[in-house]
Ligand binder design. Sequence first.
Ligand SMILES: Nc1nc2c(ncn2[C@@H]2O[C@H](COP(=O)(O)OP(=O)(O)OP(=O)(O)O)[C@@H](O)[C@H]2O)c(=O)[nH]1
Ligand SMILES: [Mg+2]
Length: 173
Amino acid sequence: MKVLLMGHPNVGKSVFFNRLTGSNAIESNYPGTTVDYTKGYMLLENKDVEVIDVPGIFSLEPKDRAEEVSVKMLEEEKDAIVVCVFDASKIERGLYLALEIIEKGYPVIIALNMWDVATDKNIAIDVKNLEKILGVPVIATTAISGEGIAEVVSRIGEASPVKIRNIIKNAGD
Ligand SMILES: Nc1nc2c(ncn2[C@@H]2O[C@H](COP(=O)(O)OP(=O)(O)OP(=O)(O)O)[C@@H](O)[C@H]2O)c(=O)[nH]1
Ligand SMILES: [Mg+2]
């Protein structure tokens, strides 16, 4: 089992990654490309679990080489748990990608990162309701301060595959 950190460019994935893995990061080059990515390890239930800081992508329909690599990394890790990192101040953008990943059958956990920025902009997000509709754990995080990271770690085990039709049904209720 691996943990993939995925999300749009510039949402704080790498700061998040450093919080999860500490100082054991390994810089790698994706074979046959010029695309670099970072992997490391985090302790989960007393086991060392590999974490990959996947290059930022907007959707699973790749528009360039880096995005192609991100999609390949996801496809190669069929039993991965995906932590979708959002910019909490631009939540609907993150949702599209998260739904694509959920649709592929991956267990997903959502980190609403940049929570400090959203709070400063008076953006109110009903985290518990979002969690209820999506059926996946949703946690407010501020990677630069570390807020919420421990909760993400403690709830990774709750991530499990969800059917899109159930999300649509929950959204209608
Ligand atoms: N205010 C605030 N800034 C953050 C937070 N997380 C990350 N940042 C800042 O946002 C910028 C982007 O962070 P990165 O971790 O490099 O973002 P990324 O998603 O890895 O970006 P790419 O690798 O380019 O896709 C940096 O300046 C971080 O210090 C957060 O929770 N709050
Ligand atoms: Mg990064």
